[in-house]
Design a protein around this ligand. Structure first.
Ligand code: NAP
Ligand code: ZN
Ligand code: ZN
Length: 351
């Protein structure tokens, strides 16, 4: 299938129209018409060559929602017309310990998991993501969407931003009686506020943008801290069970580590192109505080998150854009000027 897409040809080339070839569905495949695709900061890191190993042409997009067009003979879970999603992965080895546990994002196979765009993490043939009108994906990596179709643009960001926060919140047991901080209230962070609140944790947002404070409370935060204000930060010393840090640029971590209780953990999900300054060891050692990392989420937990969100009426806050406006969207994302996720209406690419 010759499929319309938007691609960049190098780290410095603006996005423009491109055509990709999608395979005809094999026995296990689902062919999907893409209706909306969220814009993740990882799309920008990749397209601009900020991370190593980027292959061009680059067609980003891993917050895909759409409708099933056709299914292969062995596909039992999906049928034509059904609303479905595709997140950050389209394949993995299926046999290693991580895959067997439903944690495909940590696949130990020869090349790791296959990203929806930019191919397998260990190198290999390029893959092309959701900035396109259709995609063919193995049924194992297709998610069922229970939300109403009218909310579809706002469901798309759950496929990366949602699961990337859901996975650490669940792993580190966010819930009643726990105090959880979310640092950086962009695409990932605003989902962190909504999900942590819905899981019943006391939720505090950390932002560099004073104009977002009221909205962050409306999204579900019990409190909001301006992270540049030392007094406001000090008021929360030694109090957090868990902090999830989504910031996309390198910064001093010590100020947040000091806010953790004994045995508290700060989980880094933001993936800046350059390393954070090394944290102060005594600040961690004296209270057995931990710094950890977390990568997106596995397929079973992604389905769990989507079902939880459908049941609890949770979607992302989106600004719907045309595919042709992607350069402006990236420029605004770099200025933290997005409330809180861009979602591309793929009808703009079809016309
Ligand atoms: P985003 O929408 O751009 O949000 C990042 C937020 O960080 C901004 O809205 C801003 O929030 C804050 N921020 C920006 N510049 C800052 C600075 N100089 N100092 C402190 N805070 C700053 O990005 P996103 O899509 O949420 O992605 C965030 C990061 O997570 C990216 O690096 C992305 O690649 C990564 N990511 C990781 C995973 C994973 O699996 N680990 C998955 C998806 C994305 P405030 O205005 O509130 O300060
Ligand atoms: Zn992403
Ligand atoms: Zn595997």
């Amino acid at each position: 299938m010759q499929t319309k897409a938007f691609a960049t040809q190098s780290p410095t080339t603006p996005f423009g129209p491109h055509v990709v070839d999608r395979r005809a569905p094999g026995p296990e495949d689902v062919a999907i018409e893409i209706l909306y695709c969220g814009v993740c900061h990882s799309d920008l890191h990749t397209a601009r060559g900020e991370w190593p190993g980027v292959q061009y042409p680059c067609v980003p997009g891993h917050e895909i929602v759409g409708k099933v067009m056709a299914v292969g003979a062995k596909v039992s879970k999906f049928k034509p017309g059904q609303l479905v999603g595709v997140g950050c992965m389209v394949d993995s080895c299926r046999t290693c310990d991580a895959c067997q546990e439903g944690l495909e994002q940590y696949c130990n196979g020869p090349v790791g998991f296959t990203g929806t765009y930019n191919g397998p993490v260990g190198g290999g043939e390029n893959t092309y993501g959701g900035y396109s009108t259709a995609i063919t994906v193995d049924q194992h990596f297709v998610l069922a969407i229970g939300h109403d179709e009218k909310n579809l643009a706002a469901v798309a960001p759950l496929l990366c931003a949602g699961i990337t926060l859901w996975s650490p919140l669940r792993h580190w047991k966010a819930g009643p009686g726990k105090k959880v901080g979310i640092v950086g209230i962009g695409g990932l962070g605003h989902m962190g506020i909504k999900l942590s609140h819905a899981l019943g944790a006391r939720t505090v947002g950390f932002t560099t943008s004073p104009d977002k404070v009221d909205e962050i409370k409306r999204l579900g935060a019990d409190e909001v801290v301006i992270s540049k204000d030392e007094k406001q930060m000090a008021a929360h010393a030694n109090s957090f069970d868990l902090i999830v840090n989504t910031v996309a640029v390198a910064h001093n971590l010590d100020a947040y580590v000091s806010l953790l209780k004994r045995d508290g953990t700060m989980v880094l999900v933001g993936a800046p192109p350059t390393p954070h300054p090394s944290p102060a060891v005594f600040n961690m050692a004296f209270k057995r505080r931990g710094i950890a990392g977390s990568l997106i989420g596995g397929i079973p937990e992604t389905q769990e998150m989507l079902d939880f969100c459908a049941k609890n009426d949770i979607v992302s806050e989106v600004e719907v854009i045309k595919m042709q406006d992607i350069e402006t969207a990236y420029a605004r994302m770099l200025k933290s000027d997005v409330k809180y996720r861009f979602s591309i209406d793929m009808a703009s690419l079809k016309s």
